[in-house]
Design a protein around this ligand. Sequence first.
Ligand code: GLN
Length: 537
Amino acid sequence: MPTKYIFVTGGVVSSLGKGLASASIGCLLESRGLKVAMIKFDPYLNVDPGTMSPYQHGEVYVTDDGAETDLDLGHYARFTNARLSQLNNLTTGAIYNSVITKERRGDYLGKTVQVVPHITNEIKEGVLRLAKGVDVVIAEIGGTIGDIESLPFLEAIRQFKYDMGGEHIIYVHLTLVPYIAAAGELKTKPTQHSVKELMQIGIQPDILLCRTDRPLPKELKSKIALFCNVNEEAVITARDVESIYQVPVEFRKEGLDRIIINLLGLAKKGAKSDLREWDKLVLQLQNPKHTTTIAVVGKYVDLQDSYKSLNEALIHGGVANRAAVNFHWVEAEDIEKNGVEAYLSQADGILVPGGFGDRGIEGKIQAVRYARENNIPYFGICLGMHCATIEFARNVCGLTDANSAEFSKNSPHPVIDLLHTQKDVRNKGGTMRLGDYPCRLDKKSLAYKAYDKQSIGERHRHRYEFNNRYREDLSAKGLKLSGLSPDGNLVEIVELENHPWFVACQFHPEFKSNLRNPHPLFRDFIAASLKHGQGNN
Ligand code: GLN
């Protein structure tokens, strides 16, 4: 059976949840025993999102092979088993980079290099590269129809159908059907305009996912179907839901997966659908037995997309404990201004996530101190491990002015220092210590208790690390170095002795957590927080 292709585009406005819709389609196809591959195309010129501010872009999701990718890949990872690597997220910058490198090498000797066909061919190759051994490739085109930047991608996917033949390809378009309160009506015009624009490019959508805050009545679906030239049953209500994990469940109720397999000629191969495990987990998520309050002390807390995987990993950890997580997002600078008590006294657990730059650092360090001194479970991730180390050095070991070399060039005690492999690095793009690295755990540690094995692998994204010159001093006072790189050179996890649960890691465990497989550290952090909360009541 030849590989099939689904292209997902979005119209009207951004932020309708195209990534989640694509991930949910992947989830539903997998529930029918089909193997999927996922790719996200991003129409900006950065070669990858690694150099962008979280305010611009949200989280940077890191793959095992060390690619810095769009946060939608995190959704793919949480909803499907698709393999994700640097091949699964291509930006305009990456495409041009590749074409220009080929041009300089002489691959197109004698030719004029142009958007069509050279850029569009490169885009198509990006899709075709993923086809081997999978039933369906799902390709999501970032941006919104009408953007100048998306045009080469749309042209490429238009050509794709021309190249491959109609029966192997469908186009899914996500659009908005707003409810206009003044008129008391749902409005289809934005959808009609968006589809018209797609059709001008030569793309006729096969399925419309209509984002809306209420069910679409049948007449409205008929109207959209008629004006957009789409089968009525293929006009799908994509209703706002409380939890993102409900999206596949809602889509299935609308018959989306059945429609897709019929359109793609996969009705036989994907005949049986089994979403029971997912349904069960969603039900658990919706019916928690306990609640725990977790304070996340960060610096982009008004923009939770910056902490997307973290947010989800905490929810997974909650589900593993039948608990709802009550998020308390704390701006570290507010702690600096108003003191720690006002923000953390209600917390059952405190987490300091990853980050860059010195804004808010002192507030984060105060949060660590508060967790340490009050026996509140603490989970530090990357920068959160740096803060934990600095706090311990300053307040337990008496190393006044201990700091990270990232924040202070002349600290007398740089307990966190530049990785020696970073010393000669000049370019900023894609040059951090990135991707999956092995780590060995101390058998007598909270980390070992969580993972229940000694060798683990986790993903990294950093330039600074624990300074080995301080190993002895800090361990002598009770900082346990519970995870090291296999050669013993890098400290990957620190813990506190004489504390109920205090674990800080150099890596980002949130990238590997999902609902079906909650990450053990998040699971145990939530368990400890629940216990702390119960003790407090
Ligand atoms: N800024 C720190 C470093 O580069 C921490 C990075 C992170 O939290 N991902 O090492």
